[in-house]
Design a protein around this ligand. Structure first.
Ligand SMILES: [Zn+2]
Length: 491
């Protein structure tokens, strides 16, 4: 145990999270927390690459001593408490952040991102386990990640979660009140979680990084108030203001309706980061310009209009106008419908960036109707693709980065064995039979190309899922209707 403690302290000194001066203090804190006899015994120590290299063996020992019960959730709750011994208070972190920000914006974000990695809040070693690949399509490359970083709940953790009553404080996982929160078996610990308070259009918001980053510097910006997601004028204003405050980032918002929104509709938040998504590289199909605003219809499976201007106010005004038009747009030939009685179906997934001196808003038109044929959503992944993904197409996926479930890793091993050796698919992978036969019918599969063929095929399914989610399809009928809508009503 002692050597792992020394390794962890050395790591945090090397990374600048603490200073050598803090050594005795943190060691004594850890003795107490880990329930071991204080000692001045010196032990050999070594450099480690990730905090987990010290944390994992420490947690193993705590399990042997029956201080932990052996569940994954108990480990995750406890290692956050170990790391919190090293963490500064929120106000100290903000002071460093804004001192760097005043020199250069990216210095602040890089420092904060690294700091949260060094505190193991962003679990970098788990994120590196995610599979990532690009596949080609008629829309350009799309990107796929198979999310292996979120551990699946083991039976002990599920049982523990079932025994705790649901929390009323903090109201949700995003709430700013989560900062430093100890967690319980049903709610992740946030002991070493630290937020940066921002003023966005005279309102208090908080910046954080996602603990399960899906792309470089995956930022989340949350309102200080727990209130539902809403796409309106404030959204466009806030996203563009964020781009001004962090000019090396893009920012977007999930839509505010079920089916076409993200997984959390109850707390107003945006996502952003230091990353260029496939949608930004998509070709332009048509271009218009009027009164200082450029309109670009994108060749993209979801119905996407990019508007640009050097005037922020003009652009926001136009975006509100477009949102309002879309909210009331009907096209029965394409099954596009604005309302069922009083229930609205239409909203927008917006993305903002400042590029080459232009304020840019990418507006993705969404419709959340369901039908007897598509009870989960007409413009949602259709049932024939659920073997790859069934969940909502939120902001990140709409931009061309698929986040696919961890189960696929295991299931694709069976598909691979089937493709190479005709080894029958087990029950859990039977849903991929048609997918596998499609690959076989079009390719000569061998040990060299099998992984590539599977990846490309997954990419094709993802693109088809995005096409399902598009309101105006990328065919003549769909594009003509989309152009008419843009020319007749939006410009
Ligand atoms: Zn909340």
């Amino acid at each position: 145990m002692l050597n792992h403690i020394e390794n962890l302290i050395l790591y945090e000194i090397q990374k600048g999270v603490i200073k050598e001066r803090d050594y005795t203090y943190v060691k004594n804190q850890l003795f107490r927390l880990l329930q071991i006899e204080p000692t001045d015994q010196s032990v050999a120590f070594e450099s480690i690459k990730y905090p987990s290299e010290a944390l994992d063996p420490i947690l193993d020992i705590l399990e042997q001593k029956q201080i932990l019960d052996g569940s994954q959730v108990a480990r995750d709750l406890f290692d956050a408490k170990i790391m919190n011994v090293f963490a500064k208070l929120p106000s100290d972190i903000e002071e460093i952040f804004f001192a760097l920000y005043n020199q250069k914006h990216s210095l602040a974000t890089t420092w904060y991102y690294d700091y949260m990695k060094h505190l193991n809040y962003i679990r970098d070693e788990r994120i590196k386990k995610n599979e990532f690949f690009k596949t080609t399509s008629v829309y350009g490359d799309v990107e796929i990640t198979i999310n292996l970083s979120k551990p699946e709940k083991d039976p002990k953790s599920i049982l523990a979660a079932s025994k705790v009553k649901s929390l009323s404080y903090p109201k949700c996982v995003l709430c700013a009140e989560s900062e430093g929160f100890a967690g319980n078996p049903s709610r992740d610990s946030r002991d070493q979680h630290r937020l940066i308070e921002l003023d966005i259009n005279h309102e208090s918001w908080f910046l954080q990084y996602s603990p399960y980053t899906y792309y470089n510097e995956h930022a989340i910006v949350l309102s200080s108030e727990h209130r539902p997601m809403k796409i309106n004028q404030n959204t466009f204003e806030n996203l563009l203001e964020l781009c001004e405050q962090f000019d090396h980032y893009l920012f977007g918002s999930n839509a505010d309706l079920p089916i076409v929104g993200g997984s959390i509709l109850s707390h107003d938040h945006y996502q952003g980061g230091n990353y260029v998504f496939p949608i930004e590289k998509a070709d332009t199909l048509s271009l218009w310009e009027k009164e200082g605003i450029t309109y670009e219809l994108k060749k993209w499976p979801l119905s996407t209009l990019v508007i640009k201007s050097t005037s922020k106010d003009d652009l926001i005004h136009k975006a509100v106008f477009i949102l309002d038009k879309w909210k009331n747009y009907n096209n029965p030939d394409l099954s596009i419908k604005a309302y069922s009685d009083d229930v609205p179906h239409h909203t927008i997934t917006p993305i903002a960036r400042i590029k080459d001196g232009f304020y840019t808003l990418t507006l993705i038109f969404r419709d959340n109707q369901t039908s007897d044929e598509h009870p989960y959503g007409i413009f949602h992944p259709h049932a024939d693709k659920w073997h790859i993904k069934k969940e909502n197409i939120g902001l990140i996926e709409a931009m061309g980065l698929a986040i696919l479930p961890a189960r696929l890793k295991e299931e694709m091993k069976h598909v691979k064995a089937y493709l190479l050796n005709k080894k029958p698919l087990p029950e859990l992978a039977m849903k991929h039979e048609k997918f596998a036969n499609d690959i076989l019918s079009k390719n000569q599969v061998d040990g060299q190309n099998v992984d590539h063929l599977i990846e490309q095929k997954i990419g094709q399914v993802f693109v088809a899922i995005l096409e399902d989610s598009g309101c105006f399809k990328q065919n003549k009928e769909g594009l003509d209707a989309f152009k008419s809508f843009i020319e007749d009503e939006l410009i």
